[in-house]
Design a protein around this ligand. Structure first.
Ligand code: PLP
Length: 386
């Protein structure tokens, strides 16, 4: 018997590069990886208690603590009853898409973009409308691009945005996000805002929105998705959350109670200390390290002599076309392979994020920190000179 047609989604290349890195390290290579979008894991304080299932939307204290985080960072009141704790933001995508869309609905997203949006939607029978973006709109959708998408494909049931985005790191300012929210409200399009990289931002002094602008500040009908994986460095604990419009809470809860029973209980217990002044200070210090690593890449950009790069506003990504290196290697996939084989530096070709134009670009993750980035840049420059 054959696997289902819906399971024919491309695998995430980053994960196979991760396997290749492990294989080379086992064989004794000193590999520097700018591949995974993963900060080093946060130490676990104390001992966790034995845990059973919790409610399908998470524990009440954690849902209240998450609502409190919105007051602390954005000055906005969120009803804890609309907060759903999930198995990573990945778990939130599955349940949100199921609760919000029917097979055949059209949902738009920016390309390049995080591949799981496209692949989960496709597996659910939702029609994905890719919006090609470039440096002129900071690789973000705009009302004009959405109008063009509607003219070509028809009305949109949803729009997924990410700010800071993966793979580009670019952000939407308050005015740009408000314009998208207005557009969605006017057309009856659901706005889903992936805010997983909020807090991993590099604001100028005096920036009124130093953590990023949350869609809940602008539109009570928006769906916000976030996670403990990135700012809090808790990838393996598999914990995230969604903030839902009130009408979606009951359907989401019914789906969650069937698909996951409950989000992971030990992770929820650990996450209870995520919103203290001490933890914010600890995590902000980690972000300062990302800022130093980012500065190394930005300083090295002229010497790297690549092509157009996305402004690396936030997250820990630098996405750049390869310029002259493309002619030499033929494509970003070949460039990344040669760099790994000849210089033991792992980077990600853009094809995961943009199946059309992505083979012209690579993504560097500077989550590995300053020392790894410094070493990788030296090796890249030597590799390109050779
Ligand atoms: C933009 C974006 N959203 C969501 C995720 C999923 O993260 P998690 O399921 O660990 O919350 C990632 C992971 O890299 C990401 O880059």
């Amino acid at each position: 018997m054959k696997p289902s047609k819906r399971s024919h989604v491309p695998a995430f290349q980053v994960m196979s590069i991760t396997d290749e890195i492990a294989r080379r390290r086992l064989a004794g290579h000193d590999v520097v990886s700018l591949c995974a979008g993963e900060p080093s894991a946060r130490p676990v304080p104390g001992t966790l208690k034995p845990a059973g299932y919790t409610g399908p939307l998470g524990t009440t204290p954690l849902r209240e603590a998450i609502a409190g985080h919105y007051r602390a960072w954005y000055g906005v009141d969120v009803d804890p009853g609309t907060v759903a704790v999930t198995t990573g933001s990945s778990g939130a995508f599955q349940l949100v898409f199921l609760a919000a869309f029917d097979p055949g609905d059209r949902v738009a997203l920016a390309s390049p973009g995080y591949p799981a949006y496209r692949n989960i939607l496709a597996a659910l029978g939702v029609q994905v409308v890719e919006i090609p973006t470039g440096v002129e709109t900071r690789y973000q959708p705009t009302p004009a691009l959405l109008d063009a998408a509607v003219a070509e494909h028809g009305e949109l049931a949803g729009l997924i945005i990410a700010s800071p985005a993966n793979p580009t790191g670019t952000m939407l300012g308050r005015a740009e996000l408000a314009a998208l929210a207005d557009w969605c409200r006017a057309r009856g399009t659901r706005l889903i805002s992936d805010e997983i990289y909020h807090g991993i931002t590099f604001p100028q002094p005096g920036d009124p929105d130093p953590r990023g602008v949350s869609a809940v500040e602008l539109d009570p009908e928006a769906i916000v998705i976030n996670s403990f994986s990135k700012y809090w460095g808790m990838t393996g604990w598999r914990l995230g959350w969604a903030i839902l419009p009130p009408a979606l809470v009951a359907p989401f809860e019914a789906l969650a109670s069937n698909f996951a029973l409950s989000p992971p209980a030990p992770a929820q217990e650990l996450a209870m200390n995520a919103f203290t002044p001490e933890t914010y200070a600890e995590r902000d210090a980690v972000v300062e390290g990302f800022a130093r690593a980012r500065a190394l890449i930005l300083d090295a950009a002229p010497a790297l002599d690549w092509g157009t790069a996305a402004p690396s506003d936030g997250a820990f990504y630098y996405y750049s076309e390869l310029g002259p290196q493309l002619e030499r290697h033929g494509g970003a996939t070949q460039y990344a392979r040669a760099l790994l084989e000849q210089a033991d530096v792992a980077v990600v070709p853009g094809v995961d994020f943009d199946p059309v134009a992505g083979d012209r670009a690579i993504r560097l993750s500077y989550a590995a920190g300053e020392a790894a980035v410094a070493e990788a840049l030296e090796r890249i420059l030597r590799f390109q000179a050779g």
